[in-house]
Each structure stands twice: as structure tokens, then as C-alpha cells.
Design a binder for this molecule. Structure first.
Ligand code: ZN
Length: 156
């Protein structure tokens, strides 16, 4: 979301929460069309994005984020997140996940998440109508304890 005078609202909100509660775990779900910014990454411990367009998996994604949060709290760890920005835009009308190329990408994400060390694998497409500097695709991976694994899988 964009706000005049602030820029992206999510990063601003997360940064404000971090200032008030610097040691609290923050994990969130994201719309697959989210434009992921550095400020969003710097002020959150983990994200999981919708895997379906149209977004028929909003409830499941919320449960996924809640399970990630519970896992971290019960086992007392901060997950390792990696985000690789790809300078590429996918039009919303071309992001339908029941057809190619998104069908294969979605299948790959679900397959990767079978790895017990990977908490969430997401492809966030950005919002091309938003026409912002940070717009583009972001491959985002959250692992339980390995920054290297998150970095490698996000790059993959
Ligand atoms: Zn969307």
C-alpha cells in the first residue's frame, strides 16, 4: 500500500512496531501481488505469500503464518529469511496459478516446503499498476535456522 508522504505503508508500520517492541517476533502473510521492500524485510522475521491467483488460499496462508509463529515461539528461535529481488514484472492478469508459467512455480514452492527446514517459500509478484521504484518479483524463503539455505533457495 502506498501513502502520500510515507511511501510504502507496510514497511513504515513494521518499522514503528519494531521501535516499540524491538524483541517481539513478527511473521506475516502477504498477498502474492505484494511489492516487497527492503524496509519490510528489515523489520519482519518471516513472510509467507499466497500461492493461488485468484486468491483462494488466504485462510490457509493465515494458518501457515500462525503455525510458523507458534513453531518459533514453542522452540524459541528466530527464523532466517532471504529475499531475492528479480527486476521483472508479471501483470496481474498473467499471474493465474492454474496455468503456466505460474502453475509450475506454485508446484515448485509447495515441493520445496516439504523440506522440514524450510518454513515458507514464496514468489511475490509485485503490483505492476503501482508503478513504484521497488516494484518487481521477489523470491522469498524462510528457513528454521540456516541463512545459507534460505539464501540458496531464494536464489534458486
Ligand atoms: Zn493479489
Amino acid at each position: 500500500m502506498r501513502v502520500k508522504g510515507i511511501g510504502e505503508a507496510e514497511g513504515d508500520l513494521l518499522e514503528a512496531i519494531r521501535k516499540i517492541l524491538p524483541n517481539i517476533l513478527i511473521i506475516s502473510s502477504l498477498d502474492m501481488h505484494a511489492t516487497v521492500t527492503k524496509r519490510m524485510i528489515d523489520n519482519c522475521d518471516g513472510y509467507v505469500g499466497y500461492k493461488c491467483v485468484p486468491h483462494t488460499d488466504t485462510y490457509e496462508t493465515g494458518i501457515h503464518a500462525a503455525k510458523m509463529t507458534i513453531d518459533c515461539l514453542e522452540h524459541n528461535f528466530i527464523p532466517k529469511m532471504s529475499a531475492v529481488h528479480v527486476p521483472f514484472i508479471v501483470a496481474g492478469e498473467r499471474s493465474e496459478t492454474s496455468v503456466e508459467p505460474m502453475k509450475s512455480y506454485t508446484d515448485l514452492l509447495r515441493k520445496q516446503e516439504l523440506n522440514k527446514n524450510l518454513m515458507a517459500c514464496s514468489i511475490l509478484l509485485g503490483f505492476h499498476w503501482g508503478d513504484t521504484e521497488e516494484n518487481g518479483v521477489t523470491a522469498l524463503v524462510v528457513s528454521r535456522d540456516s541463512q545459507t539455505l534460505s539464501d540458496e533457495k531464494a536464489m534458486e
